[in-house]
Design a protein around this ligand. Structure first.
Ligand SMILES: Cc1cc2nc3c(=O)[nH]c(=O)nc-3n(C[C@H](O)[C@H](O)[C@H](O)COP(=O)(O)OP(=O)(O)OC[C@H]3O[C@@H](n4cnc5c(N)ncnc54)[C@H](O)[C@@H]3O)c2cc1C
Length: 312
């Protein structure tokens, strides 16, 4: 029989007091950190404690602290696939910051990048190095860590198609390197990272013509400008079902422009919910439910969210 174990999250002050002595000057801690400022949708409440981790030893110490006390511990990348509820989240949120996690360098025909680096900077480094195959990363507003967790992809390619080697830590802080061949990877997800932290990855390219690489990246940029809304969003809200894109189902149900409070189904791309300025997480969640129900009633398909929801 399944049992439910109640976890008592320590009060904010107790958490902060326990974490402070573990951190070197490379890291920074913030109490009741506003997560709306750190997500692209710009909604949601605070994290009890947010640590911008600046070194691997600090990361290991925080992971061990959380594990020993059963404190919920979440990784935050660029916040471009997250919907944080208005009440915020209990426990600790970690972001990987500083040179230890944002380095990008060429190694042979690969770009080696820390998990806190932005994938668009990986694409730019590949262009400068004359390496082709990584152009699709241009324009995905992700960190390397978030791209690995989500197996981010675009224009017919995806992260695990070009990453064969990475470094990671388990939630007890043990660091190791691995080949990705044995990981279970799917469309927009790699479940290994539900309980592991990505530390760095090697993105494999091939020697190519720098002008052709730059031209392809520009083509991808232009396509995004044409087909995606400018307002704050979390990208595609729903996963594409097997046979038909979610955006088409939503458009065919006549839902473009549907609004709840400050949240609106984009007129530009129906699978984007945009924040028109004053949206709350509650507005977005209500709109998600309305879209699901109306698509299910019309097409008999229950849309699953691609965006990850944080909080109760
Ligand atoms: C305008 C717009 C366009 C987009 N276009 C695309 C697109 O073309 N293709 C696409 O695939 N997605 C797209 N997205 C969605 C989003 O960019 C991707 O899902 C991206 O991979 C999320 O990365 P992130 O760094 O923002 O992660 P976050 O949103 O911060 O987090 C996402 C998940 O990754 C986990 N995570 C973050 N860092 C780590 C780490 N170091 N180790 C382990 N887990 C970690 C988080 O805990 C969370 O579970 C778009 C989003 C927006 C807003």
């Amino acid at each position: 029989m399944a049992t439910t174990r109640l976890i008592r999250v320590p009060p904010v002050e107790e958490l902060a007091a326990g974490l402070a002595p573990l951190l070197s000057p490379a890291s920074r801690m913030e109490v009741m950190a506003d997560l709306s400022r750190r997500t692209t949708l710009r909604v949601g409440g605070p994290a009890d404690v947010l640590v911008e981790v600046g070194s691997e030893p600090d990361l290991q110490a925080v992971l061990r602290f959380c594990r020993e006390r059963d404190v919920p511990c979440r990784l935050l990348g660029r916040g471009s696939n997250l919907l944080v509820v208005d009440a915020g989240v209990r426990g600790v949120v970690l972001t990987l910051a500083g040179e230890a996690f944002t380095h990008i360098q060429r190694e042979g025909d690969s770009i080696r990048a820390g998990a806190g680096a932005l994938v668009r900077d990986v694409a730019a480094a590949a262009r400068r190095a004359g390496l082709t195959g990584l152009e699709f990363l241009e324009g995905i507003p992700a960190t390397v860590g978030g791209a690995l967790r989500m197996n981010a992809g675009a224009h017919g390619s995806w992260t695990f198609r070009v990453v064969d080697r990475l470094r990671a830590a388990d939630m007890a802080g043990n660091v190791f390197e691995l080949r990705t061949a044995n990981l279970s990877v799917r469309y927009r997800g790699c479940d290994f990272f539900t309980d592991h932290v990505a530390l760095e990855a090697w993105f494999d390219g091939e020697p190519g013509d720098p002008e052709a690489i730059a031209a392809l990246q520009e083509r991808f940029r232009a396509k995004r400008r044409r087909t995606q809304p400018r307002e704050p969003s979390a990208g595609c809200i729903f996963r594409n079902p097997d046979k038909i894109p979610a955006g088409r189902l939503i458009e065919e149900a006549g839902l473009k422009g549907l609004r709840v409070g400050g949240a609106k189904v984009s007129e530009v791309h129906a699978n984007f919910i945009v924040n028109t300025g004053e949206a709350t997480a509650r507005d977005v969640l209500t709109l998600i439910e309305q879209v699901r129900e109306r698509v299910a009633a019309r097409a008999g398909i229950w849309l699953e969210t691609e965006v990850e929801i944080w909080g109760d």
